[in-house]
Design a protein around this ligand. Structure first.
Ligand code: GLU
Length: 332
């Protein structure tokens, strides 16, 4: 809450996910079963932090998130952020693909106001549901002036993550989110924020992809590497019309010789190929075991495959040149 008598006003955009999930009679649950109004009503303490305008943008499990919903979400978020009466945006979202949506918004929203994604690992009706505290903390982060200019953030389990860094690392546990390379943006406890350093990569107000243009996002496929991998899936992706491929490579973004030959053929056919890693941490450097210069490949640097896909989709709206794409991967 600001010092003035006017409460901080935030826009809460709901998309579904487990935070809005309800247990079913068996052992499962249904994501996105509850409305955003019901979620907010479960945490009356939020009223002391900010006034919320709520809007249901989608009502899906985030495994169904796609470019169409991203585009709608970005438009609704940008419209809220452009409103001088709105101090920031909170987005409720399933955890499965939160890292991709968060990174996408980090690149396409023209703003320095806080934008915070929040989800939960346990359905709203579960014992020790984590959603209410996560939502409370997310509102606290979005309402805090010191959150401005940090890019899109993800709040869960008393942690604040940069959207660029965060990854879901565990199928069920509440501590699923990790930022393996550069670490946390900060911590939050009962609404009290403790920021560490800022992020140095370009985002939001400084992003060349913001605001999101009307240009279609091109098809980019991810191909997962493994021992004994052949070239078939790479060839199939190219035949299916992929403009770009992200290889979830073994180790330092490596792939077996047959798959490497297919990737080289793909670049010769004008398809952008980005080498990433399936390891979950570290960075893929250029020209170590693969001659990226000769093959025309791009290295994903620290981006995991799913985030490299997002950046490649946006990058391909600007250029197909591997050197220029590499510069984009070094900037963002
Ligand atoms: N599949 C659901 C989703 O991503 C459940 C995961 C969650 O929200 O925690 O929406």
């Amino acid at each position: 809450m600001s010092n003035s008598t006017v409460p901080t006003r935030l826009r809460l955009l709901a998309t579904g996910g487990t935070i809005a999930g309800a247990e079913t009679s068996g052992r499962g649950y249904r994501a996105a079963a509850l409305s955003i109004e019901a979620l907010v009503a479960a945490v009356p303490q939020i009223a002391a932090l900010a006034a919320l305008d709520v809007e249901q943008v989608a009502r899906i499990g985030s495994q169904d998130m796609d470019e169409g919903v991203w585009r709608k979400l970005a438009a609704r978020a940008q419209s809220a952020l452009d409103d001088p009466a709105i101090a920031g945006v909170v987005i409720t979202h399933g955890t499965d693909t939160m890292e991709e949506t968060g990174y996408f918004l980090n690149l396409v929203l023209k703003t320095s106001k806080p934008v915070v994604l929040v989800g939960a690992m346990r359905p709203a009706t579960a014992i020790s549901a984590d959603g209410p505290m996560n939502l409370y903390n997310a509102v606290a982060v979005a309402a805090a002036p010191e959150s401005a200019g940090r890019g899109v953030l993800v709040v869960a389990n008393d942690e604040i993550h940069f959207a660029r860094e965060v990854a879901k690392t565990n199928t069920t546990q509440v501590g699923t989110f990790k930022s393996p390379n550069r670490g946390l943006a900060g911590l939050i406890h009962n609404g009290r924020l403790h920021y560490f350093g800022p992020t140095v990569r370009r985002h939001t107000a400084a992003s060349e992809f913001a605001p999101l243009s009307a240009a279609d996002l091109p098809r980019v496929d991810i191909v997962y590497a493994h021992a004994g991998m052949g070239r078939e899936l790479i060839d199939a992706a190219v035949r299916a019309g992929a403009c770009g491929l992200v290889i979830a490579g073994v180790g330092d973004g490596n792939i077996p010789a047959a798959a490497l030959a297919a990737c080289t053929a793909a670049t010769q056919a004008g398809v952008a190929v980005v080498r990433s890693s399936r390891t979950g941490g570290g960075l893929v450097e250029r020209n170590i075991e693969v001659d990226d210069d000769a093959a025309g490949f791009v290295s994903a640097e620290e981006l995991n495959p799913q985030k490299a896909r997002v950046l490649l989709q946006l990058g391909l709206t600007r250029t197909g040149d591997p050197q220029r794409l590499q510069a984009i991967f070094q900037d963002y």
